[in-house]
Design a protein around this ligand. Structure first.
Ligand SMILES: [Zn+2]
Length: 250
């Protein structure tokens, strides 16, 4: 497909980030021509989507089920009070288009599963996985590895968060880190919006780096931090040869 060029309006909007010298107009054009899939657009994914919409990514593929609940509103910043009881995916689209009306959105009113993951991944250049349940994350990881798409894995709990970037065939995948569902993982958990927002902004930056080629992504490194005492650690990780998902690919 021919690459779309920036319009004059876009040059004006993205001027300040195009001042990043190794990003520049070429990086901005790459964002415009890119598609990012975000699995769950809630506390983490909502901020990933908002940052990528602001940065000028051309297309977002978004999957999120259910209706807005009062308890979403402390962190899911694309949900609004007037939309309580109505589909979350509609609130998400409305808020993103208010910020960036040029954005192309593929909105799916469902969470990722084994039936829809292949199609969602096929439409995307990069995936950011923000789902709270392992069953969704494993489905996304399997397809990303199969289709060789990079996937940014991010999660949080209480005041802690974690982040790594997976390049299938090169780095550890989610199943290398978690061969089976973590027994301590819970669907509902203590959360501040500022913690989910912190890891979301870093995940968005990883996606921008992967698309534009600037910087060094978190490959085979697992960033884990605790905002309670501002401790940041980066652990070295590696692929497992016996990984059931990525062990078979070169
Ligand atoms: Zn693996």
């Amino acid at each position: 497909m021919p690459q779309k060029q920036l319009t004059e309006e876009e040059r004006e909007i993205y001027e300040w980030q195009m001042w990043v010298s190794d990003f520049a107009e070429a990086g901005q054009e790459k964002l415009k021509n890119a598609s990012v899939m975000i699995s769950r657009v809630g506390g983490i994914g909502g901020l990933v989507a908002y940052q990528l919409a602001a940065a000028g990514v051309g297309k977002l593929v978004l999957a999120h089920a259910g209706n807005v609940q009062p308890s979403d509103l402390n962190r899911q910043l694309l949900m609004t009070h007037d939309w309580i009881g109505k589909p979350r995916i509609e609130s998400i689209q409305r808020r993103l288009l208010e910020l960036n009306p040029r954005l192309q959105i593929v909105a799916v009113n469902a969470n990722v599963n084994d039936e829809n993951s292949a199609d969602l991944v096929a439409q995307s250049d990069v995936i950011v996985d923000c789902a709270p349940r392992f069953v969704e994350r494993f489905a996304m990881n399997r397809q990303a590895v199969l289709q060789r798409k990079p996937i940014v894995e991010c999660a949080m709990y209480e005041l802690e968060a974690q982040l790594t970037t997976v390049i299938p065939g090169q780095t550890a995948c989610l199943s290398c880190l978690f061969p089976t569902e973590s027994p301590t993982w819970r669907r509902e958990f203590p959360v501040f919006g500022a913690v989910s927002g912190s890891v979301a902004c870093m995940a968005a930056m990883e996606a921008i780096k992967l698309i534009s080629g600037i910087g060094t992504p978190l490959l085979n490194r697992w960033l884990r931090y605790d905002l309670r005492d501002m401790q940041f650690r980066t652990l070295k990780i590696q692929r497992r040869a016996d990984c059931e998902v990525c062990g078979l690919i070169m």
